[in-house]
Design a protein around this ligand. Structure first.
Ligand SMILES: [Mg+2]
Length: 169
């Protein structure tokens, strides 16, 4: 049955806590990553060494890695220069198109794919629309504008629901 919940399947404080083993044990073969406030903040143009190393560990474990950003091409292209992974820009998350494109590119199913991002109404919803695993990470702290602050308030009930479901404080 299709899952329509905004409650993430898994939550982490940061992408760096996500291990290849944890993904593989859920039958995941590909990840579709958000950039902004998931891997780096808005102001950071290129991946940090830590991001590069983390993505390398995923690849070495046999996972396919894609980036799906709603940001524009120049931002995504520059960010991907050192990574060289499959990317989509202006991905229109929460629509599933970018995830479908990555799955087709890698030859995996959406169920074998995890969408990893920092926003419920963009990344988690996108995972739901695609039928992929929804992994939410805490946004890397940055000065948020009013629009984002409002979105974060609206996300709270779903994060609380996740914590209740998993008996977390
Ligand atoms: Mg983001």
């Amino acid at each position: 049955m299709k899952n329509y919940s905004f409650v993430p399947d898994v939550m982490y404080d940061s992408v760096f806590e996500i291990t290849p083993e944890a993904l593989l044990s859920r039958g995941i073969r590909a990840v579709v990553l958000d950039i902004d406030n998931t891997l780096v903040t808005y102001g950071v143009a290129e991946p940090t060494d830590e991001v590069i190393a983390w993505i390398d560990t995923l690849k070495q474990a046999g996972l396919s890695v894609a980036i799906a950003s709603n940001n524009h091409e120049p931002r995504v292209a520059l960010f991907n220069k050192k990574l060289g992974v499959f990317t989509t820009w202006e991905s229109k998350k929460p629509f599933a198109r970018a995830v479908r494109a990555a799955c087709a590119h890698f030859g995996v199913t959406e169920r074998e794919t995890a969408v990893i991002g920092d926003q419920i109404f963009t990344d988690v919803w996108c995972a739901r629309n695609a039928g992929a695993l929804a992994i939410l990470v805490k946004p890397i702290p940055y000065p948020e504008n009013l629009f984002f602050k409002c979105k974060r308030v609206l996300e709270k009930p779903f994060i609380r629901a996740y914590r209740r479901r998993h008996n977390l404080k």
